[in-house]
Ligand binder design. Sequence first.
Ligand SMILES: [Zn+2]
Length: 193
Amino acid sequence: MTSSKVRIRDDDVLLPSSRWAEPMRRFKGFHNLVCQDTEHFIHVPAILVTEIQDFPEAIELIKAETANGRMEPQLHGLKHIDYGALSFNEVMDHLDECFQFFRGHQLPKPTIWYTPWGASQDHLHGAAEARNLRLVGTSGIIHPGVARDALNKHKNPEWWQGREIFRHWWESVGALNEFVLTYKKLTEGDNDA
Ligand SMILES: [Zn+2]
């Protein structure tokens, strides 16, 4: 069941960067990392609707993997901007344009809005609520290194069910990879430590 899986939030899908010439390769590689344990993990890409349209291959991958239950696409924004600086009506226009994109690609309507930089002004909450979105900012986020250390220490994979680990594309994936592999090992029951 999706709700009990550990959620790996992957922001800024797909934002090109001068430091990473191949965002698609990066996205796929990261998805494969999460998919090392599909029984317990789900990849939650936070979509930038404008940027992703340059990557039809990413859209196809998201469609296929969403159908397989290995991805849960959610919303980051129409653009990577400070939504706090926009009026309520402008925000609503952006959200509606985003929904059109999701609908147009037969993707499920997003239920979470991970705002860029965690913007969480009242009018953004109002807009989210008006569109049945839950606005998630940056409070309470768990970083991969913290998750890895906690799992290594407490060996309590069940605590992580339904929780979310937040990873930024520019971070190295070592800690998260270790978390996934440790989790997998612990839940296979072959770790006596
Ligand atoms: Zn972002």
